[in-house]
Design a protein around this ligand. Structure first.
Ligand SMILES: Cc1ncc(COP(=O)(O)O)c(C=O)c1O
Length: 366
């Protein structure tokens, strides 16, 4: 039957996608020029868990001199996979790289999910698991975390059915910053269900299941250069998979899915690990300070975090309003307002001078 409100072309669109709401991405500073009280270049961006220190200067130098932008990248990602094998200690045959780890989440779900299949995730968590599940016409089974944002192993196991194809878990989790304890991860691996373990924030917490990648046939582990290496704008992530899964992913990925600039950037970043990790350590130190400062504000309840952000419940007042007031002052934070995260903000850890302005502004605007 045709829909009277749509054109004949629109009627051909997959019906399950006509009501798809998409991913609510962060506000780009350039779209705020003239709408906030500071010029765009002074906006303090604490909404997307980016690295305030930027990338290694070696990356900028190498990109400025790179001569081969007119040549397609190596579709087999040979050099990139070797470099990442060196960084992770996992053989290159396990490794697949993508345009950000988002692209790999999407690729993995495309590989496993047929319409009607189930993906388990633990709410609240990273929105792309739901986004890609829906794009694959899969069904997301959301298992609530408890009030301290601990994953409930028993409930996850009870939710596994014949149609369960993947369990998605972020460790540390976004937006809560909490760690999934290792025994929980091992118990879930023992179910045999493919576990997509997203370690996007690994460098900020040091906990990883990397050494188990060769042992478990159902362990798929994701990492990114967006956070610790300051390369969010270049879009480069990677995954560690059982070799057979890696082979399938290499076959179904778009050709040349990782650009040559990302290869140069990874190469240079891995020559500058000490420099980059000094910034990771600065962010971890600042995380403690931000947490202590937020704790002093009586209408806020911050949650301890192992990542480069802190989730905060607004005990008095409205998170949407607070976000807008902060935005007006040129400070961007993420806010959440849905049943499991009613009235919460998430603030990324910036440089100490960003914390100073953020905390001062918070105290002034209430
Ligand atoms: C848990 C988690 N996984 C993956 C990503 C995506 O990272 P990338 O920039 O590599 O796509 C993010 C980004 O915020 C994240 O929080």
């Amino acid at each position: 039957m045709t829909n009277p409100d749509s054109s004949p072309e629109q009627d051909k669109i997959r019906p399950d996608l006509t009501a798809f709401v998409g991913y609510s991405a962060h506000t780009s500073p350039e779209t705020l020029d003239g709408k906030v009280e500071v010029p765009a270049e002074y906006i303090i961006k604490l909404d997307a868990n980016e690295n305030p220190y930027g990338c290694s200067p070696r990356v900028n130098q190498a990109l400025a001199q790179y001569p081969n932008l007119h040549i397609y990248p190596d579709n087999g990602q040979t050099r990139l996979r070797e470099l990442l094998a060196g960084y992770t200690g996992v053989h290159a045959r396990h490794i697949v790289t993508g345009g950000g780890s988002n692209q790999l989440i999407d690729l993995v779900l495309r590989l496993f999910i047929s319409p009607g299949d189930e993906v388990i995730s633990c709410e609240p968590t990273f929105g792309i698991y739901s986004f890609s599940t829906k794009l694959c016409a899969g069904s997301l089974v959301e298992i609530p975390q408890d009030e301290n944002f601990t994953v409930n192993t028993r409930d996850i196991k009870a939710a596994i059915t014949k149609r369960t194809k993947v369990i998605c878990l972020a460790n540390p989790n976004n937006p809560t910053g909490t760690i999934v304890p290792r025994p929980t991860l091992l118990e879930l691996l023992d179910t045999g269900v493919p576990l997509l373990l997203d370690e996007a924030y690994y460098e900020f917490c040091g906990e990883t299941l990397t050494p188990l990648v060769g042992t478990y046939k159902n362990l798929m582990l994701l990492r990114t250069f967006s956070k610790w290496a300051g390369l969010a704008g270049l879009r480069i992530g990677y995954g560690l998979f059982p070799p057979k899964i890696a082979d399938y992913l290499m076959k179904i990925k778009m050709p040349y899915n990782v650009n040559v600039a990302a290869l140069v950037a990874v190469q240079e970043s891995l020559k500058d690990i000490d420099y980059l990790m000094s910034h990771v350590r600065a962010i971890i130190t600042e995380r403690t300070r931000v947490f202590e400062e937020l704790k002093q504000i009586p209408w806020l309840k911050p949650f301890p975090s192992q990542a480069n952000f802190i989730l905060c419940q607004i005990l008095k007042g409205d998170a949407t309003e607070l976000r807008l007031k902060l935005q007006k002052k040129g400070i961007l934070v993420r806010y959440f307002d849905y049943p499991r995260l009613r009235n919460f903000i998430r603030v990324s850890i910036g440089k100490p001078e960003h914390t100073d302005v953020f905390i001062k502004t918070l105290r002034e605007i209430t």
